[in-house]
Design a protein around this ligand. Structure first.
Ligand SMILES: Nc1nc2c(c(=O)[nH]1)N[C@H]1C(S)=C(S)[C@@H](COP(=O)(O)O)O[C@H]1N2
Ligand SMILES: [Mo]
Length: 186
């Protein structure tokens, strides 16, 4: 995110994010909440940016999965199959965001220890806000900083939203999309 935006948030000293979507108990959480209410983990990572090169960082904070689980995800069924269709949208509040599938972080599927980091390189993120940490990612783009929202939604709602928002039977543009997959400068 831009330095000026980071500075503006830092001045407020009370960064928080909303956790909502298909959950029984939506919440607004600060970095202090993340630090005190869930077991803390550590992740020493190197993520790579095409512009800025390799970025080694040490993060700590709770597992994203633990935090979302406490909001009471409404998976629509008790089994693994019901959980398999869910996605998490993570907003950086600055025009950048990302999605993860619930299955990536679910212990019965990908079991990736994705964090909502409260600390980076020994420095608390209270002022700017929590940072998403995806230790299994090579690229830095999902290390979303200053998280403002985490939303959970799933099948069949996600399919209904797509059907409503996307034009039906859009012409495939495979050549152009394939070219954008690598070498896009970020
Ligand atoms: N909120 C926010 N987080 C973001 C980005 C962004 O534009 N906004 N860029 C991502 C990208 S592409 C990279 S490589 C890393 C860069 O992190 P750094 O600026 O700490 O090196 O942040 C990621 N997190
Ligand atoms: Mo990047």
């Amino acid at each position: 995110m831009s330095r000026s935006r980071t500075a503006a948030r830092a001045r407020s000293r009370t960064a928080a994010f909303t956790l909502d979507g298909e959950v029984a108990s939506p919440a607004r959480l600060t970095v202090g909440d993340l630090r005190t209410r869930w077991r803390q983990r550590r992740a020493d990572v190197v993520f790579h940016c095409l512009k800025a090169g390799p970025q080694p960082h040490s993060f700590s904070g709770p597992l994203l999965r633990d935090v979302v689980a406490d909001a009471g995800p409404v998976f629509g069924g008790p089994g693994r199959k019901a959980r398999a269709g869910f996605v998490l949208a993570v907003d950086g509040g600055d025009g950048h965001g990302t999605v993860l599938s619930w299955a990536e972080i679910d212990a019965d599927f990908g079991n990736v220890p994705v964090l909502l980091a409260t600390d980076m390189d020994g420095r608390g993120l209270e002022a700017e806000g929590a940072q998403l940490v995806v230790p299994s990612d090579h690229c830095g783009a999902r290390y979303v900083s200053a998280v403002t929202a985490v939303r959970l939604t799933g099948w069949p709602r996600v399919a209904a939203l797509m059907a409503r928002e996307l034009p039906a039977a859009a012409a495939p543009r495979t050549g152009r999309r394939a070219a954008a997959v690598s070498g896009d400068g970020e």
